[in-house]
Unconditional design. Structure first.
Length: 168
């Protein structure tokens, strides 16, 4: 797993506004992409440890939206909204993520799914509108740890699905 945070060497024009998290998942890319993109799987793994997710609306196509609520372990609800800006199965997804449609603080993420032997390397590159918003996400909302936990939850769920499919 790799994550860049404050103090990481600048690698791009947006380095001071971005977070990059990656993980290798021991499953084929097509399965990882499926589990990431199908709503029937989402509530089983989405979010940091201790969070649950309730989907209000979901359609996976460019221009469509995922409207959902993340429920924190302390009982706090977080309204969330994602729109898909690019979909290239099973290689890449780009999205815009905020609290709601029109959120001026929404951020952009690009997820890539690359073969890594028999496994898949997923990379989540998120760029915030400003350095201050990025720093707030890291410091106040623990975005790096939360992203790592979310990918860990995805990996555990995909491994469970892969095992079940082999047994069937």
């Amino acid at each position: 797993m790799r994550a860049t945070g404050r103090g990481a060497p600048a690698q791009s024009a947006t380095a001071d506004r971005e977070i990059v998290i990656s993980r290798v998942i021991n499953a084929p890319r097509e399965l990882v992409f499926e589990v990431f993109t199908e709503v029937r799987h989402r509530s089983r793994w989405w979010g940091p440890d201790g969070f649950t997710t309730t989907t209000r609306a979901f359609e996976f196509r460019v221009g469509a939206e995922w409207d959902f609520v993340m429920h924190g372990p302390d009982g706090t609800d977080y309204s969330e909204w994602i729109t898909w800006t690019e979909i290239a199965p099973p290689e890449r997804i780009a999205l815009r993520h905020g609290e709601s449609r029109g959120d001026p603080n929404a951020f952009e993420s690009v997820l890539t799914f690359a073969p890594d032997g028999a496994a898949t390397r997923i990379e989540m590159r998120t760029v915030f509108p400003t350095t201050e918003l990025r720093d707030e996400a890291v410091e106040k909302y623990h975005a790096i740890e939360g992203g790592q936990q979310t990918l860990s939850n995805l990996a555990a769920y995909v491994t469970e699905i892969a095992r079940t499919r082999v047994e069937d």
